[in-house]
Design a protein around this ligand. Structure first.
Ligand code: ACO
Length: 336
């Protein structure tokens, strides 16, 4: 949605990464792969793995607490909690209600949304609409994944890619906030889905199509199945398309953007998309080497790390873009 007058702005960000590191060398001992293959094809050197006993809502709540602190708000101030995840605590109820409990928030609505790696951008877009309409004031948007529990650790084509983590932002009314004569806030969000490519990336078992049972367990249908090449091709095209549309909404050129904060799925995808946009890699924020693909958590983790490192500063414009299972994808531009 184009929004020349920003309705909402980011009041605070936070992230959580579990302390356990799984390196490419560790994976060499688990499947037939090599550090050289993983680094050359993906840019990933290591990823974080949540220890037994830690669940998705624990990581989400930790990231959310940090975002609330940065926003100088209490959990009770939240009007809405949106959790983007494809690795919920359980199918029912929503992980968002466990996050609400763990934060000690009030009886605000709390729901999950399933847009895989694009989940955070979908969440931002929805939160912005609620704030724009005046229905809500402070909205928590979390991207969180515990992918290590749904990855088939015997499948080298997927297990090397993913990691665990959570990122969160608190979005609040822009209230006409300005910096250096320019409005601060969410300037545009663009979100899309194309179910024709649903087969390319799925956890096919355990739902109504093939309910949990011996067949699901034997064939590992409760684990991630991906046709990487299919996704790769469309990712470059659609990340460019959504980014360009978001830029057009704001009337900005790629040169006017301070930072690109792309979903961290594959360094080659990021490189191709940046080249197509005409942006040099020194403007692209990266942490894929350290965390791998954390799906919906990827962008908010990277944004928070970059803000805390002083790289992204108040007044900077950041273009975010992501694509994942669905396929679902999107782009967003924010002036911090
Ligand atoms: N180690 C060693 N060899 C491997 C590995 C591995 N870990 N994985 C695959 N190979 C082999 C393959 O078997 C194949 O061998 P062959 O040529 O003998 O058949 C060869 O390497 C090349 O395989 P490709 O699949 O063609 O490799 P590609 O360069 O495409 O890289 C990758 C694979 C990294 C998965 C890439 O396609 C990709 O990143 N795709 C997009 C993923 C993505 O963005 N997903 C969406 C987000 S995730 C979400 O929404 C939850």
């Amino acid at each position: 949605m184009p929004s020349l007058e920003p309705a909402s702005r980011i009041l605070g960000t936070g992230h959580y990464l579990p302390p356990t590191v799984r390196t490419n060398a560790d994976l060499e001992k688990m499947v037939e792969t090599s550090d050289a293959w993983i680094v050359e094809r993906t840019g990933i050197h290591e990823r974080r793995i949540a220890p037994e006993g830690v669940v998705t809502s624990d990581m989400a709540a930790a990231a959310a607490k940090s975002a609330l602190e940065a926003a100088e708000l209490e959990a009770k101030d939240l009007d809405l909690i949106i959790v983007g995840t494809v690795t919920p605590d359980m199918p029912m109820p929503a992980t968002a209600v466990f996050v609400q409990q763990k934060l000690g928030a009030g009886h605000c609505p709390a729901f999950d949304l399933s847009a895989a790696c694009a989940g955070f951008i979908f969440g931002l877009s929805i939160a912005d609409q609620f704030i724009r309409s005046g229905a809500m004031k402070n909205v928590l948007v979390v991207g969180v994944e515990l992918l290590s529990r749904v990855v088939n650790w015997e499948d080298r084509t997927t297990c090397v890619l993913f990691g665990d983590g959570a990122g969160a932002v608190v979005l609040g009314p822009a209230d006409g906030a300005m910096l250096d004569g320019k409005p601060r806030g969410l300037l545009s969000t663009r979100i899309h889905s194309d179910g024709a490519l649903a087969q390319s990336l799925m956890i096919p078992g355990g739902g109504s199509v093939t309910p949990m049972g011996p067949e699901v367990l034997e064939q590992k249908l409760h684990k991630v199945h991906m046709k990487g090449q299919d996704i790769f091709k469309v990712a470059v095209k659609n990340l460019y398309g959504a980014s360009k549309a978001a830029l057009d909404d704001t009337g900005m050129t790629p040169e006017e953007i301070d930072w690109i904060c792309p979903h961290q799925a594959n360094l080659r995808i990021i490189d191709f998309a940046a080249t197509r946009l005409g942006v040099k890699m020194d403007k692209v924020l990266l942490n894929i080497d350290k965390v791998g693909n954390t799906s919906s958590a990827s962008i908010p983790i990277l944004l928070d790390q970059s803000l805390r490192a002083g790289k992204v500063r108040p007044g900077h414009t950041v273009l975010m873009c992501a694509l994942g299972a669905g396929i679902s994808w999107g782009g967003a531009i924010v002036r911090m």
